[in-house]
Write a protein that binds this ligand. Structure first.
Ligand code: AMP
Length: 282
């Protein structure tokens, strides 16, 4: 496995692989790898593609009071895990390589980025779409893999690819969880042991909501209120949002119908965790 720090290096390698008839898969990450990231790689490997994983903590997608500086980084550990999963190239540019001058050009996906995580993290999705566009131009993949853990991000990237005619197939991979149900996240390392236990309420409340729906509840307001009440009564977690939306385009729903996304974000101390569930065929 090769580690590239320069855009010119990764471009050269990809060019050679393409000349050999390989298709190219990109797995964009911010590193501090866990099985969620590695599952994206495993999916990419199944297609027989040459797999490029980017590891880049993108300053553009962090707000001024967010965790850019303290975001966990460990390239050596990441390289071992990535190699074990079959990554062919890690693209790990420095911030100066990606943003050599003040960035003046942005990619923005309108209203899809305004709600849910976009409402509590202004500018976040503009940072994501801008860096993902740049990574797409640097690597020029045929496929790009994204986790449904960040469901809104997946929809936004899919929309961007369609709107801007990137010749790239965007592939979504289901959420990977710990044995006890907590969605894997690089940010889980911030949790104290007590918060780690409390954080199980995210998955628990989504599973319960699914059960309420199975028993016939269809009111988005009733379900979101019940989830919020559960989180605040059972834990010290502070609800950032609990929302029920169309899983196709994030449009607001009062009655659950069709493909439905239940998404939530909860703060435990200074750590903000997200989780979601998609219910099909309502
Ligand atoms: P990150 O490094 O957190 O930016 O995540 C990089 C990619 O891995 C994104 O497409 C995420 O959605 C995906 N990812 C992160 N955690 C998980 C998880 N628990 N299950 C599936 N995909 C994940």
């Amino acid at each position: 496995m090769i580690i590239c720090k320069l855009i010119s290096e990764v471009r050269q390698i990809v060019k050679e692989q393409r000349a050999n008839g390989k298709s190219i898969a990109l797995v964009p990450t911010m590193g501090f790898l866990h099985q969620g990231h590695l599952t994206l790689v495993e999916e990419a490997k199944k297609s027989g593609a040459f797999v490029v994983m980017s590891i880049f903590v993108n300053p553009l997608q962090f707000g001024p009071n967010e965790d850019f500086a303290r975001y966990p980084r460990d390239l050596e550990r990441d390289a071992q895990k990535a190699a074990g999963a079959g990554v062919d190239v890690i693209f790990n540019p420095e911030v100066e390589e990606m943003y050599p001058t003040k960035n003046l050009t942005y990619v923005e996906v309108g209203e899809l980025g305004d709600s849910l995580c976009g409402a509590s993290r202004p500018g976040h999705f503009r940072g994501v779409t801008t860096v993902v566009s740049k990574l797409f131009h640097c690597v020029q993949p045929d496929q790009a893999y994204f986790g449904q853990k960040d469901y809104q991000q997946y929809l936004i990237v899919r929309q961007m690819v369609q709107d801007l005619n990137f010749p790239i197939e965007v592939i979504a991979v289901p959420i990977v969880r710990e044995e006890d149900g907590l969605a894997l996240s690089s940010r889980n390392v911030y949790l104290t042991p007590e918060q780690r236990k409390e954080a199980l309420v995210l998955q628990r409340s989504l599973t319960e909501a699914e059960e309420w729906v199975r028993q016939g509840e269809r009111s988005a307001q009733v379900i979101t209120e019940q989830i919020k009440a559960k989180i605040t009564s059972e834990t010290s977690g502070e609800v950032d949002y609990v929302e029920i939306r169309s899983a196709d385009d994030l449009s607001a729903l009062t009655i659950l119908q069709g493909r439905v996304l239940i998404a939530l974000a909860v703060r435990f101390g200074s750590t903000r965790l997200i989780d979601n569930k998609v219910l099909e065929g309502l």
